[in-house]
Design a protein around this ligand. Sequence first.
Ligand code: HEC
Ligand code: HEC
Length: 470
Amino acid sequence: MNLRSVLFTIIWLLTMLLSLQSGAWKAKQKIVSEEEAKQNANYHMHRPLHAGGKVSMAGQFHLELLSQKDGTHLLWISNAFRQEMDPAGFSGKLTIEHPDGKTEEIPFKRVTRKKVLVAKSGPQSGQVWLTVDGMLGSSIPFRKMKFFWDYEAKMVELGIPNGLDPMLPMPIDNPLTVQKIELGRDLFFDPLLSADGTVSCATCHRPDHGFAEPLSISKGIAGRTGRRNALTILNTAYYHSLFWDGRSASLERQAVRPIFDHAEMGFKEEAEFIKRVDSKYGSRIKEAFGKPTALRTIAKAIACYERTLLSGDSDFDRFERGDREAISLAAQRGRSLFFGKARCGSCHIPPLFSDHEFHNLGVGGGKDLGRFGVTGDPKEKGAFRTPSLRDATLTAPYMHDGSIATLREVIEFYNAGAGPNPLLDQVIHPLNLSDDQIDDLLAFLQSLEGRLADFKKLIPDDTSNGKEKE
Ligand code: HEC
Ligand code: HEC
């Protein structure tokens, strides 16, 4: 560190302390100058500071969690420059969700004079979702920040791209094997899975369109129109709940739904479907699972394939790792807006750029009831899951109804305070961004376009090539 960097840090810290003291943190966000943006790049690393920890970002702050088998869960809070903060003013809890639906809540306690918080539970095993909720002081909220943990984790050999969580959520009863992945890939691209043999999963999840499709609302067999815009399959492995309304809890459970959906692939009879798949894939299914063709084995194979469609190592990820040249200055200013004044980062939380939660943005005039259809909670009418923004450059049009054609128009939509709705999320308000600032935010979103893990092997040769950089 040179003298200038040290001085800059001290001034920055003082400013932040003052703004925290006066409760003006929210109002004080300002756009960084080019020089500041460069400095920022120098300090900001999105990597864990402690071996085995995992990092997620909320606003300008980072939470790092480290969970151990003996039930010790350690939490560190660091600022935008990855300086660890004194957590004395933090009050919050850890929620542990087990696969059987059991949950435990444990408050975080401060260890005397150390910059770490601890939540102690009983011994842990298997796989859980850990959620951190809390407030630092009275003005810095950490809302429902989710971390996946596998205490038996065997690292996947796939090579998880930079920037993504290296611990890939995966059910214990469906480990990845090459046989299953390749079988799943062939099923995914095979129109044999639709009643009239015309539609495959890849019809609506196109590799050349970021595994989504250009139609606003999907069309299935015989031109039947569905209800919503197709979501991408990229990085779906990391979601806690699937679909715009979160109605499915795992890729395994989701995988065969479209097959029996009237407007998608249109099969009516399970037996007929199994017979069809068995005639072509029976022996490969037997080989991969040691079991005959059944909905479960088909679903598991497709899920294995989907789980390998990982996109990361974007220019943004390279920047976060300290490559100061990886994104343009416009994107760096956009990054500051994203996590600051524009508040995008309070819902689109890295590394996935989703908080796994449901919000109402007043899209589509309330015709689609969204999350309400799953929970029946009137407060969730018109709420939809925050989608990841990784590779959003590839997946136009946008929103659950595909009603917005370009990313620039999405930003303009937020700038105007989103759509009118009595249940509009409280974070949403008009942003007063200038045209230049909108361009900066757009440049930042463009920096989130990723590179795929082991991409070539995952797309059969006879379909159009997906994107590939380098
Ligand atoms: C007719 C078009 C169509 C076909 C065919 C189709 N999908 Fe989809 N898919 C969609 C739409 C639309 C959504 C979003 C629906 C919603 O959220 O209600 C979606 C959502 C998904 C999701 C959830 C992604 C997320 O982020 O939560 C997965 C996974 C998925 N599809 C996998 C598949 C698989 C596997 C197949 C083949 C067996 C398939 N889809 C066939 C249109 C299609
Ligand atoms: C209150 C939480 C919240 C905030 C704040 C927020 N978003 Fe979103 N974002 C969502 C939700 C929820 C959706 C889906 C809404 C729908 O379809 O009804 C979404 C959709 C999007 C999409 C479309 C993605 C796709 O695949 O269709 C983009 C792009 C986007 N947001 C960017 C931004 C930007 C840029 C900002 C800051 C200006 C921002 N978001 C702020 C929750 C949020």
